[in-house]
Design a protein around this ligand. Structure first.
Ligand SMILES: [Zn+2]
Length: 76
C-alpha cells in the first residue's frame, strides 16, 4: 500500500520535478531533464490529475521523452 507509483516502462527516463507554478490557464512544471540535465518547462492543464510522459524539449525525432512523476499539490 505504501509503494510509490512506478513509471510505466523501464526504458523511460524519469524527470525530477523542481517547481510547479499555477497560472490562470494552466500549471507550469519545471523539470530537470534526465537527458541533458538542464531545466525544461512543460504545461500541465488543470483538468489533468497526472502529468505523465512528455517529449523533452532538447530532443527531436520522438525518442527523447521522459516520464514526469506527479508532484503533490498543497493548495488547489
Ligand atoms: Zn533536456
Amino acid at each position: 500500500m505504501s509503494n510509490p507509483p512506478v513509471p510505466p516502462a523501464t526504458t523511460t527516463k524519469v524527470a525530477i520535478v523542481l517547481t510547479v507554478t499555477p497560472t490562470k490557464t494552466t500549471r507550469l512544471v519545471q523539470v530537470r531533464c534526465p537527458h541533458c540535465h538542464k531545466i525544461h518547462t512543460h504545461g500541465w492543464p488543470y483538468p489533468a490529475d497526472v502529468i505523465g510522459h512528455r517529449v523533452s524539449h532538447c530532443r527531436s525525432g520522438g525518442e527523447g521523452g521522459y516520464y514526469i512523476p506527479t508532484p503533490q499539490e498543497p493548495t488547489r
